[in-house]
Write a protein that binds this ligand. Structure first.
Ligand SMILES: [Zn+2]
Length: 429
């Protein structure tokens, strides 16, 4: 749970919702109070306005997949609660939880926001909402083919996939024999922890956030939903939830290849009535959505990459150690210029906020080429396949790779490490 804390100068530094608090006390408002505040501050007309103007303008413009004018990082954290709700609503999937009202939704989403650490520069509430948005972009052309229950599960998984992330990689947790690694027997501890924590909240009646208790598979005849039908709907949500979130552990290279290879055997003639094929499709969508930040326009993608690198630098040691200065994440860091970039003094080079420059560039370039482009290219070809609409993202990724490489060479043209990689791409014009 996020707490309202003070920095070394005693100033209040984290209050992502800008909720009024008594400054002389270390007050932590209850989730219910915060949800009530949000609702009172966001009257219905504003909700509609946001949906009709901001949200729909961002999402329904053509081409949907390559809208360049929207950056999650520019919104206040509280607006992302609002925005996340808008995505669920816009998708039409809320019919699977017909008894959950708006107040309960805000309560749930606020709880999820507070279960993301503001000390993480990357694995935070902004990333959660960004992945939700990415997954919605990717599933949008398939909405009419998929069951609302499956769409609901995908969107929930996207929002929860890094819940309560501690800012350290699985490998580091395992090497340090961290309690989380022990608990989950060294198998994807971060993802398993997020799943367990998310299911806890989804079932938590005390907070009025028991969304899973309300899930049904809507039937066309309006007949009452039986207990069996309710249980089947709940199991389906959990199945999609578990499978897709576990797949986001990118260190499980073997599993990844198996998941991808299996999906590619049917993706060009996907049978949308086959629940297993749909499950694989949704898993791939979350896998892509999780790294979707690198497909954003170059400067936006660099904002995200810089944050991930910064988080790795901050938390490289044990999560138990207190010798690391914890810096609360800010959407617009003071390290950035007004374009959100880390620049060198000559204004030519994009710099990581800290750490080794060549390590930063090498990691980014390798990640783009060998992981991101490879994944997007494989799942979006041929154009007639289920995710053929992702091919513009592959193009964007290649452009970003070239631009990043160009920036790197401005810094150190004599470095030969990446020459082989780079010569296969043309220089940016
Ligand atoms: Zn993630």
């Amino acid at each position: 749970m996020s707490e309202i804390t003070t920095d070394s100068a005693g100033q209040k530094i984290t209050n992502p919702l800008h909720i009024p608090v008594k400054s002389d006390e270390n007050v932590v408002l209850s989730i219910a109070d915060q949800a009530a505040w949000l609702l009172s501050a966001r009257p219905a007309f504003e909700l509609q306005q946001a949906e009709q103007i901001s949200f729909l303008a961002h999402l329904t413009q053509s081409p949907l997949t390559l809208n360049q004018h929207f950056n999650v990082l520019q919104l206040p954290a509280a607006d992302l609660v609002h925005y996340a709700y808008s995505i669920f609503k816009h998708s039409g999937c809320l019919i699977v939880v017909p008894t959950v009202n708006l107040a309960q939704w805000y309560l749930y989403l606020t709880t999820i926001m507070h279960n993301h650490s503001p000390e993480n520069h990357y694995h935070n509430w902004y990333h959660a909402v960004h992945v939700l948005l990415n997954c919605y972009r990717y599933v949008y052309p398939l909405l009419s083919q998929l069951q609302p229950l499956d769409i609901f599960a995908l969107l929930l998984a996207a929002l929860n996939h890094d819940l309560d992330h501690c800012g350290i990689s699985n490998t580091a947790l395992i090497n340090q024999v961290d309690p989380l690694a022990v608990k989950y027997h060294k198998v994807s501890p971060l993802e398993q922890h997020s799943i367990d924590r998310a299911l806890e909240i989804l079932n938590d009646e005390a907070h009025g956030t028991a969304l899973l208790q309300a899930v049904i598979q809507p039937n066309n005849n309006g007949a009452p939903v039986t207990n069996n039908e309710h249980n089947a709907a709940k199991s389906r949500v959990i199945e999609i939830f578990r499978n897709s979130i576990l797949a986001t552990d990118i260190s499980r290279t073997v599993d990844h290849e198996a998941i991808l290879t299996h999906y590619l055997t049917f993706h060009n003639h996907l049978d949308y009535t086959d629940s297993n094929q749909c499950l694989q499709l949704l898993t791939i969508i979350l896998l892509c959505g999780d790294i979707g930040c690198v497909c954003e326009p170059f400067y936006q993608s660099m904002q995200w990459c810089g944050r991930l690198y910064e988080e790795m630098q901050c938390h490289r040691n044990s999560r138990q150690s207190n010798d690391i200065a914890k810096v609360v994440f800010q959407p617009q860091s003071s390290l950035e210029n007004d374009q959100g970039l880390y620049y060198s003094l000559d204004n030519k080079l994009i710099l990581p906020p800290s750490g080794s420059l060549s390590e930063y560039y090498t990691n980014q370039l390798k990640f783009l080429e060998y992981y991101a482009i490879a994944l997007y290219a494989r799942v979006s070809e041929p154009p007639s396949c289920s995710l053929g609409h992702l091919s513009p993202y592959t193009t964007r990724l290649r452009q970003n790779l070239i631009q990043l490489a160009h920036s790197y060479f401005l810094y150190e043209p004599s470095l030969g490490v990446l020459v082989k990689t780079l010569t296969s791409f043309s220089s940016p014009s």
